[in-house]
Ligand binder design. Sequence first.
Ligand code: GLN
Length: 467
Amino acid sequence: FSSLELTQHFLARIDRLDAKLNSFITVTHESALANARSADALRAQGNAGVLTGIPIAHKDIFCTEGVKTSAGSKMLDNFISPYNATVVAQANAAGLVMLGKTNMDEFAMGSSNESSFYGATHNPWALNRVPGGSSGGSAAAVAADLAPFATATDTGGSIRQPAAFCGLTGLKPTYGRVSRFGMIAYASSLDQGGPIARSAEDCAYLLQVMAGHDAKDSTSVDHPTEDYVAGITTTTNPDKPLQGLRIGLPHQYIKDGLDADVKARVLDALKVLEDLGATLVEINLTTSDAAIPAYYLIAPSEASSNLSRYDGVRFGHRCENPKDLMDLYTRSRTEGFGDEVQRRILIGTYALSEGYYDAYYLKAQKVRRLIQNDFLKAFEQCDVIAGPTAPTAAYAIGAKQDPVAMYLGDIYTIAVNLAGLPAISAPVGFDTSYSGHDNCAPLPVGLQLIGPYWSESKLLSIIHQYQ
Ligand code: GLN
């Protein structure tokens, strides 16, 4: 195929199917076709890289020069970014052709994509179900074959959980592996970009483009990147490619509240990994219950600070006819931010305020360190840690009205961000208990593997052997 044919193919699918899915906020037809033509010209000159001319979708949290960048919020509905995020610049440099910008929970706050100003995204496996969040648009687009792969971000599970809900592979890299420059900030000490794709191999190709040190992001780490693609294709022992690998299974992960089908699929997948040569070790992660409370203090605290820049003055939504400065701030922010974002700003402002800081924010930071130490201790006994990505498969749109019920669904993903570790989610079969009672198709289930710092290649390789 030429890049033009490929790009036209995906644009036509978006035009035909996305009215039902709502996975894109913006589709960049014209620039995509123009870039595809340029990619074909480069190919004709013999000047093409391996990804030159391959289409991609970017989560609408990454700034794209000259293209609306909304972060799923009314606040940025009128924002045309004047510059590219580093991730986008790197994708362009690799010759990838942007199809458009994908739907997401507002400012990446959510687990279901329902908090988007642009409306919920529908799960392609069952249209009445959520695709997960906050990168639900990226996941739904890839799952419905509207794009071959997509960029995403993960502050507390937003790459892995939508990948799990949509039957895809998603990788959250080590904190600092992927530049946050031009990635609209939610909780800066937790946010990390990464790929969502159909396989570990495709994730490796995209990570190769996204990873690397960036002087424009002070939290980007100057740690050598690996050849992620070469890394997953080398195996020394084809019969037992995972010989010697110790997989830790925390007994805290297999407990009440975990859906029976999800548990069964995860345990089945672990058996397959054992057949491939791995050994299972039971481990103890004593801090696992502390992750949700610590995260839901730290993330809103950082968000309340990051979102103070949306003041109605410099950019973004501005209310009509403000009476005075206070009225301008108040009404612009009240109109521009949705309910969940306002809830997080209130929680964060409260937790950081004088008299409460020590009791909440500081305490949460101490718990964060204990969680990190807990993982580091566990990695003395095993090479990777396995478990479910989410306690259930995708739920119905509208089913989780209570914010706390929504937060509890992040139980398996958020500790990883608090510790800054890399983790991958991969599809391991289906939850079939849903079919039957609401005429819904079987829903995908995800296995999560968590690795030590900088173990992206290892995580991709293990999943590649499984796939
Ligand atoms: N669900 C979590 C939250 O709402 C994580 C979201 C994310 O990773 N961006 O904060």
